[in-house]
Design a protein around this ligand. Structure first.
Ligand code: CS2
Length: 485
């Protein structure tokens, strides 16, 4: 049984200063923990949180309401040491389903003078941008809806924009918009989504957004697997924690934020948050090293028959493959501030992947690949090819992803791929096979920018990897990577 360090929630929330969109496990185990530690330290705070789920997980919102917003976060250092924190900063939980009454409550809360920051974890697809170009997808039906009905928006950019419109009309200052999703240049991408939508609704509002709203970028990091029956049972047995809104995660946590908050912010740095002028080096490092490795572990690991990150990193050949990816295809693409040791970072990442207390399912990471691949693998691959380097690990990852998106698990029915492009994948799988299937995937412009897919060296590498995968199977292919080069 682990040694449990119990940290109760103390202090009083004076007002709700932050509205969050995307009340998932990550928000509860990352941002809310920093704010709770801040509250415990100061004894009072005006940075309480109102958090809303836009379409998913109404049950969680109901559960949290029953518990007056209080819940627990179990931070597993390893099997032996766990910190169980009580969180009390969440003062309002909302669910904005289709036509839900909470939409108006949410917009009122965002437009209230006390609200100074709006944070988001709505996942990459929640911004309705093309993953490869970062342009607003105006053909998206939800965006089309928000253009036609700006006052009852459905999308995250639409909700942010309507709240800003109300603030402008009321003569209030703009809140700061802080995107906490794993996108490249995430502040700028969020600005692009909101500003492009404004341009389609009201030119004056667009100008006000461009001039008045701060969209600092940030890098967030904590491994927080989705909760399932097994993880709740473990919390009950090991920690005597009977809380259906609880989350389990690793003990590591990092947050690097660009310091641009015109209406003020919590003094986060006291809790270890790094406030910087330019987050991009940190963000790119994390996307390519951590998330890039995660996606490789997911697609290659699932093919190799593994279920969790822990299983996959304990496969010696796969672990070696990941080491090579980080050293040869991620690190060389990064420009880091002096003093930052990428080899040490890679070493620590491997140790985090090997945390045996987290049941981090590869299928969870494999979700939404079309939205994740550009920033995790493809921008780096472009840089490698520009420098005359090879992309063998990345090419195998892409081949494994194509396989994952199109091949039924042995003998089973067609795969259920959780991705906004799943219908397109099914269509391509029905029409093509072999090299033509690979070509059809590489022609998906929302995933692969033409500057990359037009390069023969890139296409050849992916074609080669896919051919070898089909011919030799994943185990023998991984073995070739494990051989000294
Ligand atoms: C993961 C991330 O699901 C995924 O795609 O790569 O959620 C990852 O666990 C976090 O970014 C870690 O900070």
């Amino acid at each position: 049984m682990p040694v449990v360090n119990r940290v109760p929630a103390t202090g009083a929330v004076r007002e709700i200063g932050i509205v969050h969109l995307g009340l998932g496990a990550f928000h509860r185990a990352h941002q809310a923990v920093y704010l709770q530690r801040h509250l415990n330290r100061h004894g009072q705070s005006e940075w309480g949180v109102c958090s809303a789920n836009l379409r998913s997980n109404r049950t969680l919102v109901d559960q949290l309401r029953e518990q007056d917003g209080r819940y627990h976060v179990a931070e597993y250092r390893d099997r032996e040491q766990v910190t169980l924190r009580e969180i009390g900063v969440l003062r309002q939980a909302l669910y904005v389903g289709e036509g839900g009454a909470d939409l108006e409550l949410l917009l009122q809360r965002m437009a209230a003078p006390q609200t100074r920051i709006v944070t988001l974890t709505v996942t990459e697809k929640g911004y309705c941008l093309s993953p490869s170009s970062g342009q607003l997808r105006i053909e998206d039906p939800a965006i089309a809806h928000d253009i036609a009905h700006p006052q009852t928006p459905r999308t995250a950019p639409g909700i942010v924009l309507e709240a800003l419109r109300r603030r402008r009309a009321a003569g209030l200052g703009a809140f700061t918009v802080l995107c906490c999703d794993n996108m490249p240049d995430n502040g700028q991408r969020t600005r692009q989504a909101v500003s492009a939508l404004a341009a389609l609704q009201d030119e004056g509002l667009k100008q006000w957004v461009n001039e008045q709203v701060a969209f600092p970028g940030c890098m967030v990091d904590r491994i927080v697997p989705a909760m399932d029956g097994e993880s709740f049972a473990r919390l009950e047995q090991q920690l005597d924690c009977h809380d259906r809104a609880a989350v389990a995660c690793e003990s590591f946590s990092q947050w690097v934020i660009e310091d641009h908050f015109p209406l003020g912010r919590p003094d986060w740095e006291v809790e270890g948050v790094q406030m910087v002028d330019d987050v991009r080096p940190f963000e790119t490092m994390k996307l390519r090293m951590l998330n890039g490795s995660h996606s490789l572990l997911a697609y290659v690991g699932l093919l190799a028959g593994h279920e969790t990150v822990f299983d996959a990193i304990n496969d010696a050949d796969l672990a070696h493959f990941i080491e090579r990816y980080m050293a040869e295809e991620a690190a060389p693409t990064l420009d880091m501030p002096t003093g930052l040791d990428l080899a040490a970072y890679a070493h620590d990442l491997k140790a985090r992947f090997a945390n045996d207390s987290l049941q981090h399912r590869l299928r969870q990471i494999a979700m939404d690949g079309s939205q994740k691949l550009p920033q995790r693998w493809l921008l780096g691959a472009q840089r490698l090819l520009d420098g005359g380097r090879g992309v063998a690990c990345t090419a195998l990852g892409i081949a494994a992803w194509i396989h994952y998106c199109t091949q039924p698990p042995s003998g089973g029915p067609a795969p259920v791929v959780d991705d906004p492009l799943s219908a397109t994948f099914a269509d391509l799988a029905a029409r093509f096979e072999g090299a033509s299937l690979v070509d059809a995937f590489l022609d998906l412009g929302d995933v692969f920018p033409a500057v990359l897919s037009d390069r023969a060296a890139f296409r050849d590498a992916v074609q080669g990897a896919y051919g070898a995968l089909v011919r030799d199977g994943i185990s023998s292919l991984l073995h070739t990577f494990a051989a000294p080069n």
